[in-house]
Design a protein around this ligand. Structure first.
Ligand SMILES: Cc1cc2nc3c(=O)[nH]c(=O)nc-3n(C[C@H](O)[C@H](O)[C@H](O)COP(=O)(O)OP(=O)(O)OC[C@H]3O[C@@H](n4cnc5c(N)ncnc54)[C@H](O)[C@@H]3O)c2cc1C
Length: 462
C-alpha cells in the first residue's frame, strides 16, 4: 500500500493542526503494537482527531491516497488488532473522550469512542447506573465496540454487542452515517449497528455511541469455592448454569493464581482450583437463596470448601485480584510473551473442553494455567514463554490451534471475546465456512473498496 509522503503529511496537518499530528519515536512505538505477541510495525504517522468532522476528513484523505488507516483506542487488544501492518496512519481517539449525555431515566448513555471504561463507570455511578461489559483492562468504549468485548458479567448481562443501541460511524470514504435508534426495540431495515460492532475497525470508524446501562444492583452475594481439581470445578459450572440460577459471574481460577493472590495481595484463600461466584439483584433474600442453591450444587459435585461471607470490601478485592491475573503472569515471568487462549463452547461441553485442554497441555509439557469466564463456556489459558524459546512458542501456538479445532468440533468458537485481529484469521473459514467468509469479503468491499480500514485484520488473505 502507498506510504505517507510529505504532501499527504502537509494535508493532514492542514486538516488537524500541527499539534494533533505526531511522528515522534515514542508515539510511533506506542502505536506499533497491542498487548499480544504479534510483532510490532511502526505507523508512518499518528493523528488525534477532536471531532467527527476531523475523523471524516482524515478518512476521506486516506481513502483518496489509498493509505492504511488503523483505529486505536487504548491498545489493550490481544490478537494484534491495532498493529498497523501496512504502516500508514493510526487514528487515536484519545481526544474524543467525552460522555456526551447520560439519559438516566431511559437507562442509556451517549459517549464519544475514546471514553475509557473506568471513567464511564465513574460518571455513571453518580446516577446509580453502570455499564456491565467489563473486560478487566481499562479499554476505550470504541475499542470495546469494535472488538465486541465481554467479561466477568457477560454471563448475566451479555457482551458489548447487547448494549449498543445506536452509532455514528465514519465510513472509509469519509461519509458519516447514523445507525440504530434510542428505542430498545428496533426492526427497521438491516442491522448496521451490529454489523459495525465486532468489525475491529475494518468497516467503519465509530465516532459516537448510545449504550444501554443498568441500575447498580442493591444486593449481592459473593462466594469463592474450592475444588479438588479443575474438572470438578467445571462440572459445578455446568450444574449452576443448568439450574437456571442466573449468576452475575462464575469465574474459574487456577490454583497457581490463587497462590499468587495470597502471596502478592495478602489474601488467605485455600490454594485449590476455585470458582468465584456472584449473584446480584434488588432483593437480598433472593440473591442469598440463589447462592445457597449454587453452593449445594458445588457440594454435590465434590467442592472442598467455600467462603460465602464476603463483605463489600472483600468482594471488591476478590474481583480486583481476578482482573490482575494477566498482570501477575507478567510479574512472575518478566519479559515473557503470552498467547491468550480464548475458545468458547456450548455450556454442556465446557467440562469436556476443560478435560481436553488439560490433557493436551500436559502432553505438550506446557506450564499452563486454565482460567475462564466459565459461566459463558469461555476458557482462557495464558501460555507464556521466553521470547527466545522457539520450542515453547511453537508448543503454545500448536496447543492454541488444537484447542480451537476442538472448540469448533464442539460447536463453539475460536474466540469468545478477544476477536480475530491477526491471530485468528487462519480459523475464520473453518469456523464459518468459505461461503460465509465470501459474504464477509463482499461486505468489506462494499464499505471499504480500497481496503484502507485496518487492512490485514479479520479476513484471511485471498
Ligand atoms: C489484562 C487484560 C485483560 C483483558 N480481558 C478481557 C476480557 O475479559 N474480555 C475481553 O473481551 N477482552 C479482554 N481484553 C482485551 C481488550 O481489553 C478488549 O478487546 C478491549 O475491547 C480493547 O479495547 P481498546 O480500547 O484497548 O481497543 P484497541 O486495542 O485500541 O482497539 C481494538 C480494535 O478496535 C478498533 N477501534 C478502536 N477504536 C475504534 C473506533 N472508534 N472505531 C472503530 N474501530 C475502533 C481498533 O482498530 C482495533 O481493531 C483484555 C486485555 C488485557 C490487556
Amino acid at each position: 500500500m502507498p506510504r505517507l509522503n510529505p504532501e499527504i503529511l502537509a494535508e493532514l496537518i492542514s486538516v488537524l493542526g500541527q499539534d494533533h499530528v505526531a511522528q515522534g519515536d515514542s508515539v510511533l512505538e506506542l502505536h506499533s503494537h497491542d498487548e499480544s505477541t504479534h510483532p510490532p510495525v511502526l505507523p508512518d504517522v499518528v493523528v488525534f482527531p477532536g471531532s467527527t468532522a476531523d475523523v471524516s476528513a482524515v478518512a476521506e484523505l486516506a481513502n483518496r491516497h489509498g493509505i492504511a488507516l488503523t483505529a486505536f483506542g487504548a491498545g489493550t487488544s490481544l490478537e494484534g488488532h491495532t498493529v498497523p501492518v501496512h504502516g500508514g496512519i493510526v487514528i487515536d481517539f484519545a481526544r474524543m473522550n467525552r460522555v456526551l449525555q447520560i439519559h438516566a431515566t431511559d437507562f442509556q448513555v451517549t459517549v464519544q469512542p475514546g471514553v475509557l471504561r473506568l471513567e464511564l463507570e465513574k460518571q455513571l455511578s453518580g446516577f446509580g447506573l453502570f455499564f456491565p461489559p467489563d473486560p478487566g483492562a481499562n479499554a476505550s468504549i470504541g475499542g470495546m465496540i469494535a472488538n465486541n468485548a465481554a467479561g466477568i458479567r457477560t454471563v448475566k448481562y451479555g457482551a458489548t454487542r447487547d448494549h449498543v443501541l445506536a452509532l455514528e460511524v465514519v465510513l472509509a470514504d469519509g461519509r458519516i452515517i447514523n445507525t440504530g435508534s434510542r428505542s430498545v426495540k428496533q426492526s427497521a431495515g438491516y442491522d448496521l449497528t451490529h454489523l459495525i460492532v465486532g468489525s475491529e475497525g475494518t468497516l467503519g470508524l465509530v465516532t459516537e455511541a448510545t449504550l444501554l446501562v443498568y441500575p447498580v444492583p442493591e444486593h449481592f452475594s459473593t462466594a469463592i469455592v474450592s475444588f479438588p481439581d479443575v474438572p470438578h470445578a467445571a462440572e459445578a459450572v455446568y450444574g449452576i448454569m443448568g439450574h437456571g440460577l442466573d449468576p452475575a459471574a462464575v469465574e474459574l481460577v487456577h490454583q497457581d493464581h490463587i497462590a499468587w493472590m495470597n502471596e502478592d495481595e495478602g489474601a488467605d484463600l485455600p490454594v485449590a482450583p476455585s470458582l468465584m461466584i456472584e449473584f446480584t439483584g434488588p432483593n437480598e433474600k433472593a440473591v442469598g437463596e440463589a447462592m445457597t442453591s449454587a453452593l449445594e450444587i458445588c457440594d454435590q459435585v465434590g467442592s472442598t470448601g467455600s467462603d460465602r461471607g464476603l463483605g463489600r470490601e472483600a468482594r471488591n478485592a476478590m474481583w480486583r485480584m481476578r482482573h490482575s491475573i494477566r498482570e501477575r503472569v507478567h510479574r512472575r515471568f518478566p519479559g515473557h510473551r503470552i498467547i491468550s487462549v480464548d475458545v468458547a463452547v456450548p455450556i454442556s461441553r465446557f467440562p469436556d473442553l476443560i478435560a481436553f485442554s488439560q490433557e493436551r497441555a500436559a502432553a505438550r509439557g506446557l506450564d499452563y494455567r486454565v482460567i475462564g469466564h466459565a459461566g459463558d463456556g469461555n476458557i482462557h489459558m495464558n501460555l507464556n514463554f521466553a521470547p527466545d524459546d522457539a520450542v515453547a512458542r511453537r508448543n503454545a501456538e500448536t496447543l492454541n490451534g488444537e484447542l480451537i479445532d476442538k472448540a469448533l468440533e464442539m460447536g463453539g468458537t475460536s474466540t469468545g471475546e478477544h476477536g480475530i485481529g491477526i491471530g485468528k484469521r487462519a480459523y475464520l473459514v473453518a469456523e464459518h465456512g468459505a461461503e460465509a467468509v465470501a459474504v464477509m469479503r463482499g461486505i468489506k468491499k462494499t464499505l471499504d473498496p480500497n481496503n484502507i480500514l485496518n487492512p490485514g485484520k479479520v479476513l484471511p488473505d485471498e
